[in-house]
Design a protein around this ligand. Structure first.
Ligand SMILES: Cc1cc2nc3c(=O)[nH]c(=O)nc-3n(C[C@H](O)[C@H](O)[C@H](O)COP(=O)(O)OP(=O)(O)OC[C@H]3O[C@@H](n4cnc5c(N)ncnc54)[C@H](O)[C@@H]3O)c2cc1C
Length: 468
């Protein structure tokens, strides 16, 4: 519960992603007046959608929900959309050795021929052991996932399966990833029993994630808040009375990239009692004027800088036919220049998209990787041979349309000892709060945890407003 004294407090929320919208919604419920500033000309941040034509919406980056995603499910119910998420059985494959191996059920795993039979059995035992006997993450915080896999499953388990899976998400940092991260994946995400023993059940919101964002924006506006898209924050300064001034950037600033220092000012500075930033660490630091840099202090900023992110690069293809029988294909073959294929229309039926077919070609890379500088067509040139390895019949004329999306700070790199580097929400300057994906731990960052984080951030801001 947020205290009663927040009524009438003015709050700037920077970012209309899931965390920012959730926080502004929560603060609005207790009487704070929030202005949500968003750089992109749309809502939803990393889960934002785009129109693929005919008003049909698709996320820029593939998105689904897990049955363990209780925070976002609760938000749907609270917003009067109890049937907003549809649950579907997913189909997963693992591409290795020139073939796609089914990878959905425990039986598939037992038949997964790239791994030795013994290591398949050891993997099953190790995962069940984690799920039933290790409810606490702390024993896993001091070791890497690789160490645990080598010890519990063996080399074949690392080389044939977990190494490629972790490389798919963390690139050349795969060997450094904390076992805490994998512990949460293996224990929280899926319990291998009941209906899920027959294939993982995943959620997808009816009509995309957009209805959720619109419902949140509507609820914020009903409570005297404003949601300002294509209106970034360019600068945040402190005032003598312990308040804040936010200078908005001009419309169209998103074309200048992510660094707010490159945005043209787009209006007079606005005064607020508190500021909640939901942007990546480097953007947060670049927003602060010298006085706030000093107020936040070098130790906090050093902590932010110590966290590395990888970028997500997502090529979305509209194809004139189905590409594979699977929703999700993990690519374990290092010769292929992408890490995953996500065929949306093997998850949500093509009829929902007017009979069209959509395939995401997924990549995570280090920031600064030359791949990130390619145009959509250059990237497709680079990917074409790899796509034809997965489906030998594939030809470029199957591609009807293509879009390219790039998220520089998509994935925090969760190495051993990460828990000690997580930045506190409170920045050290009273009323200036930071809430972003680096603070989601030990779970993998996701929309569900962005809801939880938004709720926590609202409590932190509310506590400050209450003592004004
Ligand atoms: C490739 C990919 C696949 C994913 N798949 C899934 C999935 O299947 N399921 C799932 O649940 N999650 C998934 N996620 C993760 C999920 O999308 C994020 O964890 C979540 O959306 C983060 O929300 P957020 O509000 O914390 O941050 P963001 O969504 O990053 O929100 C931050 C917002 O701040 C805005 N911003 C930046 N600078 C400024 C500025 N100067 N002024 C104003 N606004 C600014 C940004 O435009 C953005 O809207 C995926 C992410 C990626 C990249």
């Amino acid at each position: 519960m947020i205290g009663a004294g927040v009524a009438g407090g003015r709050v700037a929320v920077v970012g209309a992603g899931v965390a920012g919208l959730t926080a502004a919604y929560e603060l609005g419920k207790v009487g704070a007046r929030c202005d949500v500033y968003e750089r992109w000309p749309g809502l939803g941040g990393q889960a934002a959608t785009f129109d693929v034509g005919g008003g049909r919406l698709l996320e820029r980056y593939y998105h689904h929900l897990f049955t363990s995603d209780l925070h976002i499910a609760g938000l749907y119910r609270e917003l009067g959309m109890p049937d907003g998420i549809e649950w579907r059985t997913s189909s997963v494959a693992f591409f290795a050795g020139g073939a796609s191996h089914p990878f959905s059920t425990p039986l598939d795993l037992l038949r997964f021929s790239p791994m030795t039979p013994l290591s398949r059995v050891r993997l099953g035992v190790a995962v069940l052991n984690l799920q039933y006997r290790h409810p606490d993450v702390s024993p896993f915080e001091g070791i890497t996932a690789k160490e645990w896999i080598l010890r519990s499953v063996g080399r074949s388990g690392w080389e044939a399966m977990w190494g490629p899976l972790l490389r798919g998400k963390f690139g050349d940092r795969a060997e450094d990833i904390s076992m805490a991260w994998l512990w949460s994946k293996l224990t929280l995400r899926r319990q291998v029993r009941g209906q899920e023993a027959r294939g993982e059940v995943l959620g997808y919101p009816r009509g995309s994630f957009e209805p959720l964002f619109r419902a949140l924006a509507g609820a914020i506006e009903e409570r005297e808040g404003r949601v300002l898209i294509d209106r970034p924050a360019a600068r945040i300064a402190g005032t003598a009375g312990g308040r804040f001034e936010l200078t908005p950037g001009a419309a169209g600033s998103f074309r200048r990239g992510h660094d707010p220092q490159r945005f043209e000012p787009g209006g007079e500075p606005q005064r607020y009692d508190a500021v909640l930033a939901t942007v990546p660490n480097d953007v947060f630091e670049a927003l602060l004027d010298p006085g706030l840099v000093e107020g936040v202090g070098e130790a906090y900023l050093e902590g932010l800088r110590s966290i590395e992110y990888h970028a997500a690069l997502c090529l979305v293809l509209e194809l004139d036919r189905q590409f594979s029988p699977y929703y999700w294909t993990n690519v374990g073959d290092r010769e292929l220049p992408f890490v995953g294929l996500v065929e949306q229309t093997n998850f949500v039926e093509p009829e929902r998209y007017g009979g069209r077919h959509f395939l995401y070609v997924a990549n995570y890379t280090a920031q600064g990787d030359p791949l990130l500088a390619l145009s959509p067509d250059e990237l497709l040139d680079r990917y074409e041979a790899g796509l034809a390895k997965v489906n030998r019949a594939f030809s470029r004329d199957w591609v009807r349309q293509r879009w390219l999306f790039l998220e520089p700070s998509a994935q925090p790199i969760v190495t051993v000892g990460y828990e000690r580097r997580i930045p506190p929400l409170e920045t050290g300057v009273p009323g200036l709060v930071l809430a972003n994906t680096t603070q989601v731990y030990p779970e993998d960052r996701g929309t569900n945890y962005a809801v939880r984080l938004g709720q926590e951030a609202a409590r932190a801001v509310g506590a400050r407003l209450a003592v004004r």
